[in-house]
Design a protein around this ligand. Structure first.
Ligand code: HEM
Length: 568
């Protein structure tokens, strides 16, 4: 998942209060004053200048090669484009995307200097292919290191041989036969969500994001660890709060230059909160692993079909071969990685799909018609066959991921020189793949801003294989993509079968934040109506019908207790 953030004058993320920058700056300035008093300052100045000149001398080849690539002008020695990119938190993403659009149009690449680090922004399928198809450029960039304290060297953050070994062990856990076992969990949690959403029927408009995020968090906890955290019903779970908080701290660290050096971070008040989150998160996953190990040692083997308690954790324990292939700590890292990578991404994807469906009633209606044709008047939950039949809904999900990829930017560290178009990009450069921009290439997607699920109905032989990459591509693509698509279909179909949704905000009015995931700066407001007037079964499934409005029927609401209707 993208962890790339550029330095900006961020205003923080709301929930987590930052340690005042003045605290850290105060410590630094008292140290400098102390040194000045004992006459060390001139010495330090000479030392710093010598160090910078030495660095410049070492980088002369890189600078020479990068000079040939078009890019953001105005860079200063050692500061790079820090001044041009030092914009407000909510403008950083737009600034990067527009930089890419303004420079290097022909080949779809342009350069930016991030301090003394060269960055190559890429948004052309042919250039993306060079990086993502290669088995050499699989190492993640600097920005991922802030995830290490929580995720260790799990699949997302590891590199080289360790990544290869882990990927080989983990791939079978995402086999479609295994994923089928998770559908029941998706259904149960979707029904809780449907119930929770019913409280919003009378509301003028409400923010859909927190509802969906709590649902995806419940789903990932149960599928990854086999434990319920009840985020949807019990908001103050210590574990859930810690997941939110640590994500926020990591984002703050990535976006604030003074929090990036380890020593400075340790001096800030955020560090204490960060350590407290780690204590809770690691404590929880470690105890779940120990409990599960004890349970399993009392059974002879894993019972995949038996009691419904199957989780990724069980599969990892089996793959661990009693600690020979994976230690307990390795397992914890992977479980934590799934927790991190598996809920925010899916939540954003679901919210954006709902938003687009709510803005295009005719497309929503067509998706609903498809569901009517699959389920008729039957209120049964979806099974694997039903999910496979949701062709049009799948196209809606794919098209939403094109316009709003949950991971809008991801980054690789180039371990060796690479040739892109007519340029030699030097080793040590960060390749920044801007999926958000790539997905808007008019040569690949005519009329790119239009929400048109039809694009994905037929396989387009002219589409470049690297033109559409919401799950990344090549050897380091998303291991959870099938899981995510199944989950999305269950959640969306449950909502659409019950409610007619309407988006309140206009697309052009939304301010996008390209943080760890792509989200709107403000709320994503929606209105719901109960589908009390179910449309007649239409055998011409794919025919558009006009969007009909319906009155809210409160009596139907009373009868629609999900647990009874679905026998749960
Ligand atoms: C719509 C939902 C999702 C989207 C859009 C998405 C997207 C991505 C992307 C773009 C990457 C590459 C990130 C990078 O190179 O930095 C990635 C990697 C990864 N994703 Fe997902 N993801 C989603 C859901 C999930 C889920 C549900 C899981 C787990 C259950 C998951 C697990 C992972 C892991 C472990 C990696 C690292 C793979 C590796 O490096 O080998 N993802 N995802």
């Amino acid at each position: 998942m993208s962890n790339f953030r550029l330095n900006g004058r961020s205003k923080g993320l709301g929930e987590v209060r930052l340690g005042e920058p003045s605290t850290e700056m105060g410590v630094i300035s008292s140290a400098v004053i102390g040194l000045a008093k004992i006459g060390m300052l001139p010495f330090l100045v000479v030392l710093t200048i010598s160090f910078l000149l030495f660095r410049y001398w070492k980088m002369r080849r890189t600078i020479g090669l990068m000079e040939k690539i078009p890019g953001l002008p105005g860079g200063l020695p050692f500061f790079g484009n820090a001044i041009e990119l030092n914009v407000d938190h909510d403008e950083v993403f737009t600034r990067i995307a527009s930089t890419r659009m303004l420079w290097g149009r022909k080949n779809g690449v342009c350069k930016v200097w991030f301090g003394s680090r060269p960055i190559l922004c890429i948004s052309k399928a042919s250039a993306v292919e060079v990086i993502l198809s290669s088995s050499k450029h699989i190492d993640k960039s600097e920005e991922y290191k802030y995830l290490h304290p929580w995720l260790g060297r799990g699949l997302l953050t590891s590199s080289g041989h360790q990544w290869h070994a882990r990927r080989r062990i983990l791939t079978p856990s995402f086999h479609f036969k295994i994923l089928d076992h998770f559908v029941q969990i998706f259904v149960e949690q979707s029904l809780i969500l449907r119930d929770k959403l019913s409280s919003q029927l009378d509301e003028e408009a409400f923010n859909i994001f927190p509802f969906i995020t709590r649902c995806t968090l419940d789903i990932i906890c149960e599928t990854a660890m086999g434990r319920k955290v009840n985020a949807q019903t019990c908001f103050d779970s210590e574990y859930v709060q810690a997941v939110y908080k640590i994500g926020s701290i990591i984002q703050n660290r990535q976006s604030k230059i003074w929090l990036q050096p380890e020593w400075a971070f340790r001096l800030s008040s955020l560090h204490r909160e960060h350590q407290e989150c780690l204590r809770i998160l690691h404590g929880f996953s470690t105890s779940v692993i120990q409990e599960r190990k004890t349970e399993l040692s009392n059974q002879n083997d894993l019972n995949l079909k038996g009691n419904g308690s199957l989780a990724f954790l069980d599969l990892l324990l089996e793959a661990s071969n009693n600690g020979k292939c994976l230690t307990d700590e390795d397992i914890r890292e992977e479980v934590d990685t799934f927790m991190f990578e598996g809920h925010d991404t899916t939540s954003a994807a679901l919210c954006w799909t709902l938003f687009l469906l709510g803005s295009h009633p005719e497309i929503q209606n067509r998706a609903y018609q498809e569901l009517r044709n699959i389920f008729g008047d039957d209120d049964r939950p979806p099974n694997s066959k039903d999910l496979a039949s949701m062709k049009y809904l799948t196209c809606c999900i794919k098209e939403a991921l094109r316009l709003y990829p949950s991971v809008p930017i991801f980054a690789r560290n180039l371990n060796e020189d690479v040739t892109i178009a007519e340029y030699t990009v030097p080793a040590g450069t960060t390749a920044l793949i801007i999926a958000y921009q790539l997905h808007r290439d008019p040569e690949q997607f005519p009329n790119p801003e239009m929400f048109d699920p039809e694009r994905f109905m037929e396989r387009d032989p002219t589409l470049h294989p690297y033109a559409y990459i919401p799950f990344s591509a090549g050897p380091r693509n998303c291991i959870g993509q099938k899981f995510a698509l199944l989950e999305e279909k269950v959640v969306l179909s449950t909502i659409l079968r019950e409610y007619k949704i309407q988006s309140v905000d206009r697309r052009e009015d939304l301010v996008l934040l390209g943080e760890l995931i792509l989200r709107p700066k403000n709320e994503l407001k929606m209105k719901l109506q109960l589908r009390s007037d179910k449309l007649p079964l239409d055998h011409c499934a794919m025919k558009s019908l006009p969007f009909k409005s319906s009155r809210i029927n409160k009596n139907v609401l009373k009868l629609s207790k999900p647990s009874k209707r679905y026998g749960l």
